[in-house]
Design a protein around this ligand. Structure first.
Ligand code: C5P
Length: 302
């Protein structure tokens, strides 16, 4: 069956940062179980979907290299969506990239989730939220967060188990990307080596205290990223970058995900240009954003 011809639709695909990322033990699958606190931010890609004659065409623009089309998560999300509804696709996806790739900001996963949200809306919501979440989880560990209701959530396992939380008040966010690759597999492997060499046992899962998420000062008290030692090895001047962010007023300065983007959380009225300039002069790509308190909705394109 071929699907109904869709109306053109557009959706923003926001990035995420991890305000806490604890790497627990390695499971039989070879993957490590995580405990993480996700927060969506306004730095976004844009996904536009329009009708075509047949198939799924992907057109990527922007300065970010996203690799081969059929490995692109937006393309794979569309493919999974049409298989799930049992219809032949006839769409062009226009993906405007702004989120740096392989930076720990969830860009590819967010593109996948945005594509699923947009296609489901364009076809009159044929799939339940649970079905979309199942499709999303098969595409990547961060996708279920981007398909959730809240822009602020704790997640466990490989990201599929989530506790959605009320988003705290808006904050300014500065992202500094050092343009150094920290491939996920190698980063996990190096952490395992470091823990083995030092005889460190994997952390125990945390008993969640809801008071830890009520305001930014409580969040700062639990903020951490277990990949910090690997970032110190791989990113030139990593401690100085964190210090620059803290000195400029960041209440939290951390690596995001498995790297290599670094973020600072600032008051909503902070003077971000004042800190952006020295970081950019140091050769980092700098992005300004805010934390998000609601997800962007898919909108028809006129
Ligand atoms: O998620 P992705 O397949 O990109 O991860 C690449 C590699 O990183 C995996 O093959 C695995 O070795 C490691 N990894 C892990 N635990 C996770 C996620 C990734 O050990 N939760």
């Amino acid at each position: 069956m071929s699907a109904d011809r869709i109306q053109p639709i557009r959706i923003e695909a926001p990035a995420k940062i991890n305000l806490r990322l604890v790497v627990l033990g390695r499971e039989a699958s070879g993957y490590h179980s995580l405990e993480t606190l996700f927060c969506a931010i306004s730095l976004s890609d844009t996904v536009e979907i329009e009708p075509s004659d047949a198939g799924i065409e992907l057109v990527v623009t922007g300065a970010v290299d996203t690799g081969p089309v059929e490995r692109n998560l937006a393309w794979r999300a569309a493919d999974a969506f049409y298989r799930a509804i049992g219809a032949e696709p006839a769409i062009t996806i226009r993906l405007k990239k702004q989120i740096p790739a392989a930076a720990g900001l969830g860009g590819g996963s967010s593109d996948a989730a945005a594509t699923l949200r947009a296609l489901d809306a364009a076809h009159g919501n044929p799939l339940s939220r649970e079905r979309l979440a199942t499709l999303g989880a098969a595409l990547g560990s961060d996708v279920p967060f981007f398909l959730g209701r809240s822009t602020f959530a704790l997640a466990w396992g490989r990201g599929e188990r989530q506790l959605e939380l009320p988003a705290p008040s808006e904050r300014s966010v500065l992202i500094a990307h050092p343009n150094v690759a920290m491939p996920t597999g190698e980063t996990f492997e190096r952490l395992r080596e470091i823990r083995e060499e030092s005889g460190t046992v994997s952390p125990e899962p945390w008993a969640v205290d809801p008071a830890a998420f009520t305001d930014w000062s409580s969040i700062a008290a639990i903020a951490r990223n277990d990949f910090d030692p690997i970032a110190s090895e791989r990113i030139p001047r990593y401690p100085e970058i964190l210090e620059t962010l803290r000195t400029a007023g960041a209440s939290i300065a951390l690596l995001s995900g498995s790297g290599s983007a670094i973020f600072g959380i600032f008051p909503a009225d902070a003077d971000l240009p004042g800190v952006s300039v020295p970081l950019a002069q140091g050769g980092l790509s700098v992005y300004r954003a805010t934390t998000l308190r609601s997800w962007p909705e898919p909108l028809p394109i006129d």
